[in-house]
Design a protein around this ligand. Structure first.
Ligand code: HEC
Length: 210
């Protein structure tokens, strides 16, 4: 490869990065006139866990139906692995998925069905200097769980932050329910999985009926 070609290639790369814009300029989200634009691409971020609040265990109607697939943006995951804290600029996505089937060849249970909605939380001093912990909360889901809005306004602190502040394990985030974040906190490379022999859990193997 000659030098001119290399320089051209580098120029193209830099141009490409510049044009992908939003991500570089304002993290993995874009807030305009106080409204968050619906984030895109989050299913390719880092997946941290799936709490499930099925309708049939919540008087027929869970507040957030039903599986909650939670993702963190890659830059914040890197920071979490290294420093064990949520950096300014963190965004977490909670994508709602219905309970589809309740049994499969593997046994009875709650299996994921269809997408129902989208929630998000962002930590930013710049955007939310007065919110508790600088976290703001958003929902793109509609009441029927059929559509997503293009933008969302942050909820008042009392609607979402208060519960997160009092009950979440780590800086307003429910890391107690996300094994990937819990086990990976400050663990560096080991956080990505597969590096340790010991699983460090409290699981008790049930006695088999055979
Ligand atoms: C009654 C307490 C409570 C309230 C109120 C509440 N949440 Fe949560 N939230 C939780 C719990 C518990 C979890 C983790 C387990 C789960 O997903 O069910 C969670 C998780 C989340 C997550 C995933 C990231 C994280 O911080 O753990 C988002 C995003 C979220 N909630 C958004 C919202 C929004 C938006 C509102 C307001 C409309 C809201 N929450 C109100 C209890 C609450």
């Amino acid at each position: 490869m000659n030098t001119t070609y290399r320089a051209l290639k580098l120029g193209g790369l830099l141009l490409g990065l510049g044009l992908s814009g939003g991500v570089l300029a304002d993290e993995y989200y874009s807030i305009k006139n106080g409204e968050l634009e619906r984030p895109t691409g989050y299913r390719e971020w880092v997946y941290v866990g799936t709490p499930v609040t099925p309708n049939d265990m919540n008087n027929g109607k869970a507040a957030f139906p039903e599986h909650h697939n939670v993702y963190i943006d890659p830059k914040s995951w890197k920071h979490w692995k290294k420093n064990g804290e949520f950096r300014d600029g963190t965004i977490l996505i909670k994508e709602l998925v219905s309970v589809g089937s309740k049994n499969a060849v593997s046994g009875q249970g709650y299996f994921q069905g269809e997408f129902l909605g989208l929630e998000a939380t962002i930590k930013s001093k710049k955007h939310f200097p007065n919110e508790p912990g600088n976290w703001a909360y958003y929902s793109f889901s509609d009441v029927t769980h059929k559509n997503l809005s293009k933008t969302a306004k942050p909820f008042p602190a009392a609607a979402c932050n208060a519960c997160h502040e009092s009950a979440a394990a780590d800086d307003f985030v429910f890391t107690q329910y996300y094994p990937v974040l819990r086990a990976g906190k400050g663990k560096g490379k080991a956080a990505s999985g597969g590096y340790e022999d010991k699983l460090n859990n409290s699981y008790v193997e049930p006695r088999g009926g055979k």
